[in-house]
Write a protein that binds this ligand. Structure first.
Ligand code: 5AD
Length: 340
């Protein structure tokens, strides 16, 4: 290695809240150095290969009343749907055919989809792929049943670490959410968590606390997403979340969680063309490709009706532009056609 080839990246290692706060707002050359350090940390951890997930949004029924989300029950404009296990399996076959090895089942918090998910998981697992869930707050027993069925990971974002903000915006206690996060780990699943950047009353201090809370939870996956105003919600007139803050938060998370899966979420692309590439350049290493059929997808309006829908082509182009490669399957995956 020739020491004169490239300047050494500045070694950033935030150790306290003052460091995190400073890095959250850094700009210009310092921000570029932060991103470079995040990429170096990702590479040193062997986490440069970009993980692709295929998401199926299986139900837009939801019990939660989150002020930012259009699938809240108060939104009577929303036409509701719930897929059955056969529909989920048909879409799984498309995901598997693309060589994607994580099937991501996402839904509003909808108790009526529990039985469907429990039926679908073992059938999906026959294709030798991982099952990642994002279905909201459940009982500890239900999380354990998902594991028995074959799920291995679960995303439950805390959204904000401020208990007052959380209660005001989400309508239920943060403590309940955190208890669920603990249960998810206790029953043996990997945990994904994270925040939304740009919520009302959020301060820089809150965002530092978000990162510290993520550290306490020791997640396997962590995300920061910019807030997207959503039609027919109480926050429809709020501005979008700040892109630079979100990118800095992603980079800080990479430094603090070098081995984590960190997504460049579709909301980044929604607020800026090329936003997901910026996410990868800030240290992210996951892209989620949407396999929800169009009819349903249009009704799963978590990021507004005109959300950015990530296609396989967009994902591959973004990965190539970042100078990275998609993560290869450890072994060839079996066809899902045998699953019934
Ligand atoms: N803006 C940003 N993130 C949102 N989510 C839902 N609605 C929005 C929005 N309007 C995120 C939440 C939730 C995940 C499934 O989607 O963080 O946990």
């Amino acid at each position: 290695m020739n020491a004169y080839c490239e300047p050494r990246p500045v070694l950033f290692q935030p150790t306290d809240r003052a460091d995190i706060q400073h890095l959250l707002t850094c700009e210009g050359e310092e921000q570029q150095a932060l991103f470079q350090a995040a990429r170096a940390a990702r590479q040193a951890a062997g986490m440069d290969a970009v993980k692709l997930r295929g998401v199926i949004e299986l139900s837009n029924y939801c019990q939660k009343t989150c002020d930012y989300c259009a699938i809240r029950p108060q939104n009577k404009e929303m036409i509701r749907y719930r897929m059955d296990a056969d529909a989920i399996l048909a879409i799984t076959a498309e995901i598997v055919a693309e060589g994607i090895t994580t099937v991501f089942l996402q839904s509003g918090q909808d108790p009526k989809s529990d039985a469907i998910v429990l039926e679908a998981i073992p059938r999906i697992r026959q294709a030798d792929v991982n099952v990642l869930l994002n279905l909201g707050e459940k009982s500890r027993a239900m999380y354990a049943r998902y594991v028995e069925a074959g799920a291995d990971s679960y995303i439950l974002k805390f959204e904000t670490s401020d208990p007052v903000m959380y209660q005001n915006i989400v309508g239920t206690p943060l403590a309940k959410r955190l208890e669920c996060a603990r249960w998810i780990k206790e029953v043996g699943m990997k945990l994904g968590t994270g925040n939304i950047i740009g919520l009302p009353d959020q301060t820089l201090d809150t965002l530092v606390d978000d990162i510290l809370l993520a550290q306490e939870l020791q997640p396997d996956f962590v995300s920061s997403s910019p807030f997207i105003p959503n039609e027919n919600t109480p926050l429809e007139n709020l501005g979008v979340g700040d892109l630079q803050l979100t990118l800095n938060s992603i980079a800080i998370c990479r430094l603090l969680f070098p081995h984590a899966l960190i997504p460049a979420v579709s909301a980044l692309e929604k607020i800026k063309k090329g936003g997901q590439l910026m996410g990868l350049n800030a240290g992210a290493n996951v892209l989620t490709i949407n396999f929800t059929p169009k009819d349903f997808r249009d009704k799963y309006a978590i990021y507004s009706k005109e959300r950015f829908v990530v296609s396989l082509d967009h994902a591959h182009a973004t990965i190539a532009a970042a100078g990275l490669r998609p993560r290869q399957a450890a072994q060839p995956v079996q066809s899902v056609s045998s699953c019934s």
